[in-house]
Design a protein around this ligand. Sequence first.
Ligand code: TMP
Length: 302
Amino acid sequence: MEQSNLSANTVMDHPRALTDKITQIRIAGPSKFQVIADFDATLTRYRVNGLRGQTSHGLLQQGDAYYDAKRQALYDHYHPLEISPVIPIDEKTKLMEEWWSKTHELLIEGGLTYAAIKKSVANSSIAFREGVTELFEFLEKKEIPVLIFSAGLADVIEEVLRQNLHRTFKNVKIVSNRMVFNDDGQLVSFKGKLIHVLNKNEHALDMAAPLHDQLGVDTGEEDEENANMKQRTNVLLMGDHLGDLRMSDGLNYETRISIGFLNDNIEKSLESYREAFDVVYLNDAPMWGALELVSQLFSTEA
Ligand code: TMP
């Protein structure tokens, strides 16, 4: 087995295979390329100020202690089931649907407002990995789309992007659970199909269609945009779980480079991560490696 450690935080088992992929993607050019990224603990840091950083669900404070406590109780009940290795997948899928539905119902029942989302994000302990802005800027300049897939909450993720990156990127799309607010700014429903942790990765790109619709994009443009995405058959995929590798399932990709962020249980998980991902970053590494990679792919000199 070929092995090289570029730095203490980078593990790459097959550098030559990666070089071949880089060559193939570079020859095909930026119009054939897209980036698909998980959100929590992939674009965001796993630890913030020494503590576990919050997720889009975790940071939300409804402004009503009763509902916050009820959602926390659901978390305490369902999260151990989510990570249990012994529950069969069919059963677990039903449990996750149950959890997400109940949480969404509580958010609606508790009358979550957009103002509460803004406040929650402002008070949250969530932070992007260093270099995310620079990565998005580079990709925007090259007109390369970035799809953020998450089983979290689209509106919260958008607010996190807004407050932490201080600008919007026209090439960045979020596929996640999207809220509908009434004229009083209160949450009344969720749009489209529920995206939970076990269906997130199945046909993820197919889910992008109704969500583009939900974003209010004109259908003609949406079809065009979707067709365009499917033609971008070279992909950089980034995730923090092995299951995130399935985010490209809906894409009949030609060449895929995968980056895995291994944040926890390093000793136990390193072997499987290094086999599954082309590059593994350890210890809450920044995004500079990913930026260097895409710069290598599409630098003007190349
Ligand atoms: P993802 O960010 O990898 O797409 O997964 C979403 C995470 O959200 C998942 O690990 C469980 C978590 N979650 C909560 O923390 N609270 C909730 O109420 C729900 C429904 C999910």
